[in-house]
Design a protein around this ligand. Structure first.
Ligand SMILES: Cc1cc2nc3c(=O)[nH]c(=O)nc-3n(C[C@H](O)[C@H](O)[C@H](O)COP(=O)(O)OP(=O)(O)OC[C@H]3O[C@@H](n4cnc5c(N)ncnc54)[C@H](O)[C@@H]3O)c2cc1C
Length: 203
């Protein structure tokens, strides 16, 4: 799995939004220590959390399973643009035949778990799918036998309030191991001066 932060809103946009309420713009230090403390006090401690919605983060997430994608999509307060299955199936169709022992080749298309029996079953499903595609079945029909482990990628955009909720729910040990890994990676690629906003959310 790879996670890249493509873009983020500077902190002073959020502190400025907070300062709008009391017109205290002259007290700003342009995203410095005073503004950072204000964001934490108002957004986190006073729970005037809608102010955190002014901070937006755009991520590129690569190499996650469709099992994880399904869980990620449950987070409604976020935007997703996902690589089309039609496109990924075209890639699989055009790839040389994958063999049952070829975990490296299969790992380009499916998420391997390290469990031998599960990975064997995933690779078998992939080989079946590839054979179906190569026999000329259209992508829109063949996609119905995609394994949950099939890899995908997406652009994911989310505001700080919703990201706190995501990190809190999905870094918890009760969450699926793969989404837990994602939550931790999302936190790790945040700008250093933003991380404190999420410190109370990460488990
Ligand atoms: C450990 C774990 C196990 C889970 N197991 C299951 C399962 O078995 N089956 C299943 O279906 N789902 C399951 N889920 C998914 C879960 O129910 C949520 O759909 C998912 O975590 C998204 O959370 P959310 O609604 O807080 O996030 P978002 O959809 O991003 O919403 C963010 C916040 O906005 C508010 N909000 C959004 N929409 C509404 C609304 N319509 N009405 C009121 N407030 C709203 C809420 O405050 C919400 O917390 C599981 C989640 C976890 C973490």
């Amino acid at each position: 799995m790879q996670v890249t932060l493509l873009h983020h809103t500077p902190l002073n946009i959020c502190s400025n939004a907070i300062r709008t309420c009391w017109q205290s713009f002259d007290k700003s230090d342009n995203g410095g220590e005073k503004d950072r403390e204000l964001i934490d006090r108002v957004g986190n401690k006073f729970k005037h959390a809608s102010t955190l919605e002014h901070l937006n983060y755009n991520f590129y997430i690569k190499g996650i399973s469709r099992a994880l994608l399904q869980e990620l999509a449950r987070h409604r307060i976020a935007s997703l643009s996902v690589k089309s299955t039609r496109y990924t199936l075209k890639e699989l169709k055009e790839t040389e035949l994958i063999e049952s022992g070829d975990l490296e080749g299969a790992g380009r298309f499916v998420k391997l778990t390290g469990n031998e029996a599960v990975d064997k079953a995933s690779v078998a499903a992939l080989i079946n799918l590839q054979a179906i595609l190569k026999s000329g079945v259209s992508n829109d029909i063949a996609k119905y036998c995609l394994p949950e482990s099939y890899l995908t990628e997406l652009t994911w955009s989310i505001n700080a309030r919703s990201l706190q909720n995501f990190i809190s729910l999905r870094s918890d040990k009760s969450a699926l191991w793969e989404i837990r890994e994602l939550a931790k990676m999302l936190y790790s690629v945040l700008p250093e001066d933003h991380k404190y906003i999420f410190e109370g959310s990460i488990k």
